[in-house]
Design a protein. Structure first.
Length: 486
């Protein structure tokens, strides 16, 4: 582990160690070439979601069963409180009734506090993550755009050199049969220079043939597509975070009304309109919101766990760098390949072998080729193309123009290579690397998602308890003989 890596927060480890019911928790398995390993990880995530939903379903079934049993057998858990008269036909409220209504009010206040936490620290942390992600995304987009321009320049220069047919151009004997023996170039300086140019061009052609620039362009475009998806996701969140805030506002309004209703009922008053509102509007709306909170809890749990899996990695202490390293291995990328060594280079704080260090020799080749072309053009200018044409026996303009084209394309390659050094420099990439692996994606996001998970789970559980003791909302019905619940 590099000195730049650090252990993750307890929240990340908690979510990472969440029970998967026998399934794996290695996020890198999603990139595995074995489909069964991919399925195993996804099923582990879905198992957590199914477990949360199953708890809700069983709890809801229990509430429905108690409702069906009626107050005679299920007491207030059936949804109503009924009291029986004594022999003197007087009614006495059970002692637990005021405790039940006070408990209902305390639970309601707890839901309001959880909602405040949801739209306060919870949503604020996710908003910060979205902002950081968009800022980071813009920086990545700038680099990938520059990378695409660089590869386009290299591809264009490669195409130009291939169309020019440099080998035939450099064959002075075919272009100018008497050129080698002409007294104008008796010092053989031009032929020597042209031989040097041919050597540098051959070296560069071998380099361009060995490297798949089209594949590099495809990889850059893939990164740009992913960057665009991230931008869309962040934008959608920022544009729709009002939904979570509106949910909290509506929930708090309903719960506040229910608390007031419980207080009024506790005081002994029983307005019919209040009972009607609670029975047909407030309580059904509250039940719908709580059902939604259970499903949202299961979804957020999946997101928080997968995020923690990325950040914790598969080592102790873990880090997202370990996760990416294992993803590259699962994808079958060779450890001595360009992609793997580049990642390790930045992961180790640029202390490892520079993955583009061997490119510097090509910079020397290109520079040497440009200098040779300049010497050739300078000497031909001194001699004069007209004099060369007379001595050669055929027009030598094609040679001069061809060398000019070679020089221009070598200049394009040189600029592209130097731009590559600048874009891939440690000073340019290291800050982005730290933002990705040590910034908001694995600090604020984990804390924020974990907090939202606990808040939503608390709202769901407390809401179910309030539904279970919903009898606190309604006045007691006095009966002389126990009857079946209506």
């Amino acid at each position: 582990m590099s000195s730049r890596e650090s252990t993750q927060s307890p929240s990340a480890y908690f979510m990472h160690n969440f029970p998967r019911f026998g399934h794996g928790s290695k996020f890198s398995k999603l990139a595995s070439q074995d489909q069964s390993e991919q399925t195993d990880y996804v099923v582990g995530l879905l198992a957590v979601s199914y477990f949360i939903i199953s708890v809700f379903v069983m709890w809801a079934a229990a509430i429905i069963a108690l409702r069906c049993l009626g107050p005679r057998r299920a007491t207030f858990f059936a949804g109503r409180i009924r009291i029986k008269s004594d022999k003197s036909e007087s009614f006495r409220l059970p002692r637990y009734i005021w405790k039940l209504r006070c408990l209902f009010m305390v639970l309601g206040i707890s839901v309001i506090l959880c909602s405040v936490a949801l739209v306060g620290p919870g949503m604020t942390s996710i908003d910060n993550v979205a902002y950081s992600a968009r800022k980071l995304n813009r920086d990545i987009s700038d680099i990938t755009t520059q990378g695409l321009l660089i590869t386009d320049s290299i591809s264009r220069a490669k195409t130009n050199l291939e169309r020019l047919n440099v080998d035939q151009l450099m064959d002075v004997g075919s272009k100018c049969p008497v050129f080698l023996n002409n007294s104008v170039v008796s010092n053989e300086s031009l032929t020597t220079i042209m031989t040097e140019i041919k050597s540098e061009i051959d070296s560069l052609k071998d380099y361009m043939e060995e490297n798949d620039f089209n594949g590099v362009q495809d990889q850059i475009r893939s990164v740009m597509d992913g960057s665009e998806i991230l931008e869309i996701a962040a934008t959608l969140f920022e544009e729709n975070d009002w939904i979570a805030r509106m949910y909290a506002v509506v929930l708090d309004g309903i719960v506040f009304f229910m608390i007031i209703s419980s207080c009024i009922t506790l005081s002994g008053k029983n307005p019919p309109a209040l009972k009607f509102m609670n029975m047909f509007f407030i309580l059904p709306a509250f039940v719908i919101l709580i059902i939604g909170s259970w499903f949202m809890t299961s979804f957020i749990a999946t997101a928080a766990i997968s995020n923690a899996d990325i950040c914790v990695g598969e080592a102790d202490p873990g880090s997202p760098e370990h996760t990416v390293t294992n993803i590259l291995r699962e994808m079958g990328i060779e450890e001595d390949g360009m992609i793997f060594t580049t990642f390790l280079y930045y992961r180790n704080g640029c202390a490892a072998t520079d993955p583009i260090g061997h490119f510097y020799q090509y910079e020397d080749h290109i520079q040497s080729g440009i200098e040779s072309a300049n010497k050739f053009l300078d000497q031909t200018d001194e001699i004069g193309t007209h004099a060369i044409t007379e001595k050669c026996g055929r027009d030598a303009i094609q040679i001069v123009e061809g060398i000019g084209v070679v020089k221009d394309n070598l200049g394009i390659l040189l600029n592209a290579l130097r731009s590559t050094f600048e874009v891939a420099s440690c000073a340019r990439i290291s800050p982005l690397f730290r933002q990705i692996f040590q910034g908001a994606p694995c600090s604020t996001s984990v804390e924020g998602l974990t907090m939202i998970f606990w808040v939503m789970l608390s709202i769901s559980v407390i809401g179910m308890l309030m539904i279970l003791i919903r009898a606190a909302l309604f006045p007691c019905k006095e009966v002389c003989i126990w009857t079946e619940d209506f």
